[in-house]
Design a protein around this ligand. Sequence first.
Ligand code: NCD
Ligand code: ZN
Length: 338
Amino acid sequence: MQTLTLLNPMDMHLHLREGAMLEGVLPYTAQIFSAAVVMPNLTTPITNTALAKDYQKQILSLCAPSSFKPLMTLFITESLNLQELQEAKKAGIKILKLYPKGATTGSEGGVKEILSDNTLQVFQYAQDLGFILSIHGESNGFSLEREYEFLPIFEHIAQNFPKLQTIIEHLSDARSLDMVEKYPNLYATLTLHHISMSLDDVLGKGLNPHHFCKPILKTKKDQQALLQAALNAHPKVSFGSDSAPHLESAKLTANGAAGIFAAPILLPALATLFEEHNALENLQTFISQRAIENYHLTDFPQKSITLSRKPFVIPERIMTPLGAVIPLWAGKTLNWSL
Ligand code: NCD
Ligand code: ZN
């Protein structure tokens, strides 16, 4: 049987949640990926080093610590100060995550005014200390234009903090790719769902809450441009799943939660997609090498994951101690399995 071996897969944007949900979802990543960037948007956001260390301990207590490295992040607030940043650096935290206030799940404590004096000061410290700045870049305007409307902020940061490595997280709009190409210090992560689906998959054949996420899926043209960047393993783009589990009940209420739980299917789905586009030979670079280069990763558990070319039927639901979570493409069959 045909097989495909991937070395050290990296997921550079991941929501692991906490408590019982963490327990339920962590194995899907920790058993497969060497490292993952763990998002800080918990109910109590990870706004300081003490919280980050606690959270890291929680994660490591639930997996084999020698085989998975959680890369911790700090949630930026307007009061983040130099001392706190120095402490974070000492603790090995390399990434700061900026959420505009209210832009997405768990961002109520985020930054209200991105270019305020306070926030610019945080960026200055971040640049001086060599942090990576990851941003959920969306305005509060019309859904489909939110990322585009945010681009001037990326441009301002790119121009004024040329040594601050800044990442457009879950890039969803083709126009953002142009911005990444324009500035040497701008990078991006891409999700599986944004490179393989468009807005039609959310509302074109009835409303599908399991395809609802922030930023919202865009046009076919956007999807095609993003897919090409992934298939070609664009040098400034790393894979980041943005796997974001919500209970089935939370997805199905009137105020449907934003977030797609992709962790259980990532490698089989990427292998299927890359094979369909005759780009299987670039998957290793996209899934691992770009993250290693772009995040300067030197020390991580070595993993070798072999996939087989046999059908994998995605489970209809994944049970966690809290209840069911519906994985992306539940019930569908992929061409590759773990
Ligand atoms: C994420 C979540 O649920 O935490 N939701 C999402 O739609 N992507 C938050 C985020 O990354 O925006
Ligand atoms: Zn996210």
